[in-house]
Design a protein around this ligand. Structure first.
Ligand SMILES: [Zn+2]
Length: 265
């Protein structure tokens, strides 16, 4: 059964913006740093800081093995991803800002997606000796599958085919600065929505945690769906303690009608 207060807010909203965190990915079976077992029992994310990556071919080779293991299980979008995509297709959602790097919002059909921490589905040139956590590449980008194919062909540390620089997953690693313009795009969306739905984020890390504050400051209402308390719960019109997919899927299906509900619950 869908949450009645959430359904009421969705019915009144014409400019929804989603904000999603790790909880929305883990509902698709993607391990986060806190998940027991899986990829993070074999790889320590702290080994892959930006400076260690730049400084060590061995770290880069290990990083490609980590990416390979990360994508070894095929992940599918869950009803939370489909809910935002369905709202956007219906002209009622301006976009999604996400802390996740798995590309599942796009896989669900969302077109306007702001990836605060980049994407693991692509790789990019970061230049020959980038410093201060700042990529300094030539603009080369390819798929993650391209990089793994180079590794399979015998090169454990593939270089940029255009300039010979280092190639790295197009994610924001520890110590790495955020990509230019991304925070501005995210805050721009937050400032123009009439309903922000923050799902699966503990809302504790800035600048991400500032998005709901920007939205509410510009007159939007706020829904928080998360399995535990967040510091911004008092700011929200509706707080749902629980699973994002099980909460958003049925609510959006009810608002948009059964024709769009196929993958929402
Ligand atoms: Zn390059």
């Amino acid at each position: 059964m869908s949450n009645a207060a959430l359904v009421d807010l969705l019915r009144e909203a014409t400019r929804v913006v989603g904000f999603t965190g790790a909880g929305v990915s883990t509902e698709s079976g993607i391990p986060d740093f806190r998940s027991p077992g899986g990829v993070w029992s074999r790889f320590d994310p702290l080994d892959f800081t930006f400076s260690r990556y730049v400084g060590s071919a061995e770290v880069r080779a290990r990083s490609w093995e980590m990416r390979r293991e990360f994508f070894a299980t095929p992940f599918e979008p869950n009803p939370a991803h489909h809910a935002f995509a369905a709202l956007e297709a219906a002209g009622r959602c301006r976009g999604v800002v996400t802390q996740n790097i798995d590309g599942l919002h796009q896989a669900a059909g969302s077109r306007e997606v702001v990836e605060l921490h980049g994407t693991a589905t692509e790789v990019m040139c970061i230049g020959h000796a980038p410093a201060m956590g700042t990529p300094d590449g030539c603009g080369f980008r390819q798929t993650n599958a391209w990089a793994l194919a180079q590794v399979d062909a015998g090169d454990p540390d593939p270089a940029c085919p255009l300039c010979g620089g280092l190639v790295k997953s197009a994610t924001v690693s520890f110590e790495q600065v955020l990509f230019p313009g991304v925070v501005e795009r995210a805050y721009g969306l937050a400032a123009t929505c009439d309903l922000m739905i923050a799902a699966g984020s503990s809302l504790q890390v800035y600048p991400a945690a500032g998005l709901p504050e920007v939205a509410v400051g510009h007159g939007a209402r706020l829904v928080i769906v998360n399995d535990e308390e967040t510091p911004l719960d008092d700011l929200a019109t509706v707080v749902v303690r629980g699973n994002a997919g099980e909460t958003l899927g049925p609510a959006v299906a009810e608002v948009l009608g059964n024709g769009r509900a196929a993958r929402l619950g």
